[in-house]
Design a protein around this ligand. Structure first.
Ligand code: ZN
Length: 268
């Protein structure tokens, strides 16, 4: 991959990231369309789940200028009719000459874009780009294992401590890190803590950044039910569901409990 291609893929990744929090559970995807003079004529990203994919948005911006151009896409264009028509077909119909792809789609349902593009006579280059693979990692994990992407977060000093030798945990986060945490909370589906955190800190576990994009579930690991279900943090907002994970109650009891308390859900 020459330098310009790297530059376009980097730009496509930047665009893709704009969809973080809105695009999921779909992958974040960005697309840049470049004409034969090296000018960017179209840019797009998957802005929201269920809406147009990155390629379609970039093609719309490019219009007729897409004819004979090269498309740089972070992910293999989809090949199936889902909530929107297949992007491989849209690229073919627009007269794109070449498609440079960051990562192959790990989803069996939507992969196959490379084959369709090649069958239509389009030059295809697959990069297996490290940054694109990283961008795709949460989606790739979900579709290949059925498990969610997990982000671990903790605060520690520069010498690696999280508590003092006396067992105290003084405030060591800064405003910048807190803002970043709250921005990320507003883009994910759940925040998980242990029962000790509930008992010691009584946290609200809400996303308090500017304009949160998702409302995360609050999940407590509490095998022997030490944290009262009516703990204050569960009452912060009725819109935000909470799950308590434990091992002592029957599923039917849990289901009744979650139905009778709309602000709390329960999961084993
Ligand atoms: Zn697509």
């Amino acid at each position: 991959m020459h330098n310009n291609a790297q530059q376009y893929i980097t730009r496509a990744i930047e665009l893709a990231m704009l969809g973080h929090g809105f695009a999921e559970p779909n992958p974040m995807v960005g697309c840049v369309i470049v004409n034969d003079k090296g000018e960017i004529v179209g840019e797009g990203y998957h802005e929201k789940f269920g809406e147009a994919h990155a390629e379609v948005n970039a093609l719309q911006m490019a219009g007729d200028r897409a004819h004979g151009a090269t498309a740089y896409v972070t992910l293999e264009p989809c090949n199936h009719e889902g909530k929107t028509p297949p992007c491989a077909l849209a690229l073919i119909d627009a007269g794109i000459r070449k498609v440079v792809i960051g990562s192959i789609d790990p989803h069996q349902l939507s992969t196959g874009g490379v084959k369709s593009l090649k069958n239509a006579g389009i030059d295809v280059e697959v990069l297996d780009d490290e940054a694109c693979n990283k961008l795709l990692a949460p989606f790739a994990k979900r579709v290949s294992t059925g498990l969610p992407w997990v982000i671990c977060k903790w605060a520690q000093t520069s010498d690696g401590s999280t508590i003092t030798p006396e067992g105290e945990s003084p405030w060591i986060s800064c405003e910048e890190s807190i803002n970043r945490v709250h921005a990320e909370r507003g883009c994910i589906d759940g925040i998980l803590v242990g029962a000790n955190t509930v008992l010691l800190d009584n946290p609200s576990l809400t996303a308090r950044g500017e304009s949160p994009r998702r409302l995360p579930y609050r999940i407590v690991l509490d095998p022997i039910l030490r944290s009262p279900s009516m703990q204050m943090f569960l009452m912060v907002t009725r819109k935000q569901f909470s799950f308590m994970i434990h091992q002592t109650m029957r599923l039917t009891t849990l289901a009744k409990q979650s139905l009778s308390k709309p602000q709390t859900g329960v999961l084993i």
